[in-house]
Structure formats: C-alpha cells, structure tokens
Write a protein that binds this ligand. Structure first.
Ligand code: GAR
Length: 211
C-alpha cells in the first residue's frame, strides 16, 4: 500500500478531456465550466477516434481538439509519447478520461500521477472493465452507479473520489440502466473536478479525503 500524500492544487486548472465516443460527460464538464461552477478551462479535447461524435461537438464549441490514430504509430509507446508531448506543450494540469476506451500504460500514468481522473459506470471495485451495466444485470445486483476515481497503473483500481448509487429495477435493460447511471455521471464528474481545483482533494494512503 502506498504511503503517498497528495493535495490537489487550488488554481484555475487546465483540463484535457479524453474521449472515444459520444462525449456526454465531456459536455457535462464543459457546461459546468461555462456556468462558472468549475474553476478550469478545457485546453484540449483529445480522441483516439477521428470520427468520435464528442470530438465534433468540441470543434463546434470552438475548443482545441486533437485526434491521433494509434494505427499511425509503430508502437503504443510512440503513440503515448506523442500525446504526452501535446499535453506538456499545453501545460495540462488534469486529464479527465470521459469514455476514453484505451488503457493508459503505467509509463503514461506515472507522467501524470494524481492528475488523471476517470468516470466508470459501476460502483468500483465491483465491475471493473467493459460492458459493466450488462454485468450488473447479469449478477442481479440491486444497486449500481458511477464512480469517479484517480487513474493509476492498476486499471479501474485508483483512489475513489465520488460515487453515486442508482437502483437496479427488475425490468431494466442495459440501455435503461445505462441511462440512469449516466444521469448521475453528469453530476459527479463535474463535482469531482470542481473539488480538485478548489484544492479540496487529499490522498492519504490511497484514500481520498474531501476537505
Ligand atoms: C460513460 O458511461 C462512461 O462512464 C463510460 O463510457 C461512457 C461514455 O459516455 N466509461 C467507461 O466505461 C470507461 N471504462 P460519454 O461518451 O457519453 O461520456
């Protein structure tokens, strides 16, 4: 167990949002910034998919966007090195993974220790990985939800910042449960980022304390 201590910075933060698809969490974060709820600006929206709908929305919102196709690189290492360069050039303070469906290498995670957040559509540590709303239905859990957590090299296992619980109904389908969870994601992700740049998140021995 790590003995680290971390306190999030109180400042106007520069965010990079990473997405691979629709981008509804990105929109929720951007809207919260526009409404003055989060002391931050989105300095980059990055995607591994050139045709990600979320990327198009970011362009319409006149944000700086970048998409890099991993297939255009010789290795994952080269691919990530290019992304790291773009992030460092923009002096990014916090990376927000918002439906980014690619696993970041330990090397990448270490470049941004305590500076990457992820949103996951389940109550971690239950149901890490993919298709987790379906797995929740298959297990017959009565409650599921969403988790915002720090990203560490152990996938979906970093310190938990916020969670929201939703009931699972008997007649739920993957879609209806996903929608109920997504509504909560849109609340807790902006809230976690707000707390981060208010300097109110502390990590001690891998537990997050909200000040
Ligand atoms: C969200 O439900 C998010 O929690 C999930 O992908 C969806 C993206 O939706 N992320 C993961 O499953 C990460 N493992 P969005 O593109 O509309 O924000």
């Amino acid at each position: 167990m790590s003995q680290e201590y971390f306190k999030s910075p109180k400042k106007k933060g520069k965010l990079a949002v990473f997405l691979s698809g629709r981008g509804s969490n990105f929109i929720a974060i951007h809207d919260a910034i526009l409404e003055g709820k989060i002391n931050a600006e989105i300095a980059l929206v990055f995607s591994d998919k050139t045709d990600a709908p979320g990327l198009k929305i970011a362009q319409q919102r006149k944000l700086d966007t970048l998409s890099l196709n991993p297939k255009d690189f010789n290795s994952k290492q080269e691919y990530e090195q290019e992304i790291i360069k773009e992030l460092k050039n923009r002096k990014i303070d916090l990376i927000c993974l918002a439906g980014y469906m690619r696993i970041l290498s330990p090397h990448f995670c270490r470049q941004f220790t305590n500076a990457i957040l992820n949103i996951h559509p389940a109550l971690l540590p239950a149901f890490p990985g993919l298709n987790v709303q379906r797995k929740a239905l298959e297990w017959g859990v009565r409650y599921s939800g969403a988790t915002v957590h720090f990203v560490t090299p152990d996938v979906d296992m970093g310190p938990i910042v916020l969670q929201a619980v939703v009931p699972v109904k008997q007649d739920d389908t993957e879609e209806t449960l996903s929608q109920r969870i997504l509504k909560e994601e849109h609340k807790i992700y902006p809230e976690a980022i707000k707390l981060y740049f208010e300097g109110r998140l502390e990590i001690r021995n891998r537990l997050v304390y909200i000040k």
